[in-house]
Structures are given as C-alpha cells and as structure tokens.
Design a protein around this ligand. Sequence first.
Ligand SMILES: *Cc1c(COP(=O)(O)O)cnc(C)c1O
Length: 372
Amino acid sequence: MSTNQNLLNDVEEVLLMGPGPSSVHDSVYRAMSVSTLGHLDPYFIRIMDAVKVQLQQVFKTQNKLTLPMSGTGSAGMETSFVNFIEKGDPVLILINGVFGMRQKDVAERLGAEVDSLEFEWGTPVIVDRVKDRLDNREYKIVSMVHAETSTGVANPVQEVGKLVKESDALFLVDAVTSLGGMMVDVDKWDIDIIYSGTQKCLSCPPGISPVSVSKRAVEALTSRKSKVPNWYLDLSMIVKYWEGQKRAYHHTAPINMIYALHQSLYNLLEEGLEPAFVRHQKNHEILVEGLEDLGLQLFVDPSCRLPMLNAVVVPDGVYEAEVRSRLRDEFKIEIGAGLGPMAGKVWRIGLMGETCRPESVDRILDALKKIL
Ligand SMILES: *Cc1c(COP(=O)(O)O)cnc(C)c1O
C-alpha cells in the first residue's frame, strides 16, 4: 500500500451551519486559485490597498491603520492587546462567554493588571455595572466582545462606547462574529481597537483577521516605553509593509488568502451592508419560528439574540452529540456544540454570511424534524 495518499478527492460538501467556518461562495474559491503574485509585486500592492479601503467601508471607519493581519481571529485578538499593553497597565474586560474569557487570558499573559466584570452567560453586558466601575477606576483599555459566539448574545457595544469615551481609556472590541452580519460602526461607536475574522460572516476560509486602530490608539502605540513583545504581530513594523510609497518586507503576506478576502469583501459590498444585515435578521427569524414549531427553545432572550448565531436548548432526554453526528453523516450539515459551561446543554446553529440563505434554514429544519 502506498503511504502517499490524496485525501482531498473524498472531501464532502458540507453545509456549514456551526459557529464558523461558514460556507464559502464559489467566487471566493476561484479567487484563491488566481495566480500567486510576489508579495512586493506592484499589482499585489494595488490589491492590498484596495483591501484596506474595503475594510474601512465594512468597519465604517476612516482609520488609516486598517488592515488584514495574517492568522485567524485569535491573531487579531492577540494583535489588539499586544500592541497596546505594557506590563502593569490596568485593563477592564467585560465577560459573558468564552471569548471574553480568552481576552482576559491574552491580556494577563502580557502582564496587564486585569480587572473583569462578569455577567451571566446567555445574558448581555449590563451597562450600568460598567458605568459604576468606570466611575471608580481608571483603565488604559476597556474591552468587550460584540457578538459572543459561545452563547448567541449581542452585547451593547455602542452604549458601553459612550461610557468609555468619557474616560481616558481605549475601547477595544471583538467583532469576529458580528462583522458583515450586523451593524458595526467603528467611528460612530468610538471604538479604538477592533478585530474580526474571515470565516464567520465574511464567508471566507479561516486565516485572516481584519484589524482597525484609531488615531488615539496609534498614539498609544508610538508612545510605548517598551518594544511590542511580539515580533510577528507588531503593528509598528507591519505598517511599513502595508502603507507608504515604498513597501518593506516584514513577513510574506498570505497572498492567495488576501485574494479570497478581497473577493469576499467585494461580494459583501456589492450586496450592500444594510441588505446583508437585513438578510441575516430575516433568515434568523424564519429559523427561530421553525425551531419553535418543532418544540425547540432558544437559549437567549429575543431582546439580545444574535441573528447569525442561534443557541438552541437541547431538549430533555435528547443526546445532543448524536443529533450532531447524524446531521453531519446523513444530512451533510454541520452545527456546533455548546462551549465551556454550555457543553451538552445547547446546539449552536450558525447563519453566517453565505450560509445565511432560506435554503439553509429549510435544510436544517427539515433534517431536525426527521431526527427528532
Ligand atoms: C471565532 C471567534 C474568535 C476566534 O477566532 P479564530 O478564528 O477561531 O481564531 C474570537 N472571538 C469570537 C467572538 C469568535 O466568534
């Protein structure tokens, strides 16, 4: 038997209805197979510049420092902390799920003095509690997750942003799951540092993390006393590749992933942000109605449900993992399990980007009907 096998011929097409990755449009697959250019090729630099402008449009920002970081959403998270934290800096993190916890872990590893406010999982951040805390202490950074993918909760970023603006702190937001699926308005919401990911509502394969940084945050970066402690994610070096007349090599950009991002942002902007948000909301409502018709319940209150991530309570007596494996094996649909304390208690059904179509809703409802 040969030990060298190609397993790719047998990859099945699966409808990705989990918490990401989401389904990828054919045009994005085609973009990935466009000829690889050199990372300093003049035409590639044109594509880089176009991607920056597309990201500014999608983030709704004039921030000059807006670019795609190499690596998945977590690389964006790391970038957003490592460039702005110096040892002992006071940081406040608002936590109501796995990704808030991850932010805390990242900030602590960098030697920040981390304070956190915790909220019950499945419920949103309570703005008044944030206000109390900010009235009593000063922070260098206040950080939160917009769309908490682990629970399906939408957090009140705009309201918290108003409070943070009254303090001296920088406002840091995780928009990995929200970007492209619901309103994210960086400039209007006074967000100083924001990161996202490609494989959620941007419907691009995983591998890139769009990041945007305000002028105030750039000033914090340039007035650091110590070097950014991570070479690969150091924005002060990376901008020399992404900005200016003469570009300097830092690390080789993942060329074909940038093509894919360019195409997926092109697709999103062609559809229009507003229509894309409406599509997410509509399909979410149809899904919820169908789930309720099947006797299933959503985990999160309607007032703060995410459209693109639906946490569904596993009914008593149902073995949740078996339902997921039957969906995958018999119906070629992937959905997500619960994370952390939610493991075994919920399914997470994603309606992100290209996945968010009436056909997907029909397929999952039909499959769940047959299984349950
Ligand atoms: C998926 C996700 C991340 C992490 O992104 P990776 O691409 O898995 O590294 C961070 N934050 C949120 C809210 C996410 O949903």
